[in-house]
Design a binder for this molecule. Structure first.
Ligand code: SF4
Length: 475
């Protein structure tokens, strides 16, 4: 599974923002490794540098020196909509009659094609097949007729799907979160300004203080002089649809989302996993690094005598398995990536804990590795429910055909990965640990019912994509 993107926006009193943006993008690198970019504005002119690659490779000293201005946005991307090439790297920037725009988008729109088709019919020319350019064009068009707030509101009334955006309109930096709050976005305060970021870990990196999450449906406009921000609740919805996988897998454990430290939420989920399906084995071990917090909570709740230990060592210098294009290469990559610590495993009964099973490749390889290292029994516990359906909100997690749980029971999956036992965490436990009703969460990939109107899929609430047609902000 890959997170789609990370976004950031910063306004300071008079310090150039290129470096703070660069450090923030480093802090958000786990949210996208395909491309990185920064757009800044100095009050006269917009500057940009966007390239394919990791943050550390995309920018050098000269690039950062050339990005002038105390207001700007940044983006890291793993491609989820649009092709894997530099035409879809972000921020997306465009100049038009009433100024210049830069857009950084985390999420995925459901009705991109309808809006693109309508705008193309009105004479807009598109350079990419991505949804961010569609938002940029729609906003640019609305800005010809409306002020900034009303233009954003009008665009929000037309786009349907998941979006956390940071935007520059000339030297003004804004942040917008979709009405369901599917992806995170938070506000932080710096000594000399304000920051908007996908995760609070980026604010920590800048020695800033987390102020709060941007509310679903809210527009936040940072003051150009870094002295504060204005907020506008542009859309109200009865229920949110926060992606629960942000808490389970995507976000950094040291980030705070909805006032909860992600690491503590994961430990809670681990405790709940013990309550629901704990089994007394000699050793409990995480799949590094993603299973660590779950395993620590699980071991914490287990009776004395169940030892928490590191039984698998990760080779940090191997690329992420999922960028390997074929199944065969993916299987070999698991072997390269993880190696059992024999003394922890040999002659022992073992529980191994991970956050999810997607295709099942890694899990069956792991079970095999542990048996080869001398484990007597291998039990697998997963800190999320089975993934049975794809994600349309921008998480790259494989198609139904590739998902091991799409058409298999838990017992059939256990047989396939050859574990002695296998249990997943329930949806109820997830909702309880997050302190939310399940009707305020997106659970599409584990229920097959989505909080957005997606063609050919079931919805879990009354929701309809907006009719396309150039409406006014008051509609
Ligand atoms: S479908 Fe799953 S991964 Fe996608 S947004 Fe919903 S909960 Fe998150």
């Amino acid at each position: 599974m890959h997170e789609k993107c990370g976004v950031v926006g910063i306004s300071t009193t008079d310090r150039d923002v290129a470096r703070p943006l660069y450090y923030s993008l480093y802090a958000l690198q786990h949210r996208g490794q395909e491309s990185a970019g920064i757009v800044t504005h100095d009050g006269f002119q917009q500057y940009e540098h966007v390239e394919m690659g990791l943050v550390g490779d995309v920018f050098d000293e000269d690039d950062l020196d050339s990005l002038n201005g105390s207001n700007g946005i940044g983006h890291v991307r793993y491609p989820t909509s649009g092709s894997v090439n530099n035409c879809c790297a972000q921020p997306f920037s465009v100049s038009f009659k009433s100024g210049s725009l830069g857009l950084a988008h985390n999420g995925n729109l459901i009705n991109t094609d309808e809006i693109r088709e309508e705008l193309a019919g009105l004479g807009h020319a598109f350079t990419s097949d991505g949804d961010t350019e569609v938002i940029a064009h729609d906003l640019a068009r609305n800005l010809l007729e409306e002020d900034l707030v009303r233009a954003v509101k009008r665009t929000m009334s037309r786009i349907h799907g998941s979006y956390s955006l940071t935007i520059t309109h000339d030297e003004t930096v804004l942040g917008v979160r979709d009405p369901q709050g599917n992806r995170p976005l938070c506000i932080g305060e710096l000594d000399d300004g304000y920051v908007l970021a996908s995760e609070s870990a980026a604010i920590d990196t800048l020695d800033g203080e987390l102020v709060r999450d941007v509310r679903p449906g809210e527009l936040v406009v940072l003051h150009d002089d870094g002295t504060g921000f204005d907020t506008y609740q542009l859309v109200e919805t009865e229920n949110t649809a926060n992606c629960f996988f942000e808490h389970v897998y995507f976000a950094r454990p040291d980030s705070v989302i909805d006032d909860e430290l992600v690491y503590e939420v994961r430990r809670d989920l681990g405790r709940a996993l013990w309550e629901e399906s704990g089994i007394e084995t000699d050793v409990v071990m995480p799949v590094p690094d993603s299973g660590r917090a779950f395993a620590s909570g699980y071991a914490d709740a287990a009776p004395e005598g169940v030892e928490f230990a590191e039984g698998l060592m990760k080779n940090r210098y191997v690329g992420r398995t999922f960028i390997m294009p074929t199944q065969d290469e993916r299987e070999r990559a698991v072997r390269l990536k993880l190696n059992p610590i024999k003394s922890t495993v040999e002659g022992k009964t073992v529980t191994v804990i991970d956050d999810s099973i997607v295709r099942g490749t890694t899990s069956s390889q792991l079970v095999e590795l542990l048996y080869e290292a001398g484990a007597e029994e291998v039990h697998v516990r997963i800190g999320a429910p089975p993934i049975i359906a794809p994600c349309y909100m921008g998480i790259d997690m494989a198609s139904r055909e590739e998902l091991i749980a799409a058409d298999r029971s838990v017992e059939e999956i256990r047989e396939e990965i050859r574990a002695d036992s296998l249990s997943y965490l329930s949806i109820e436990a997830i909702a309880e640990s997050l302190g939310k009703s399940d009707s305020d969460l997106c659970l599409g990939c584990v229920t097959g019912e989505y909080p957005y109107d997606i063609e050919g899929e079931e919805t879990d609430r009354e929701v309809q994509r907006p009719a396309v047609g150039h409406s006014s902000a008051d509609d």
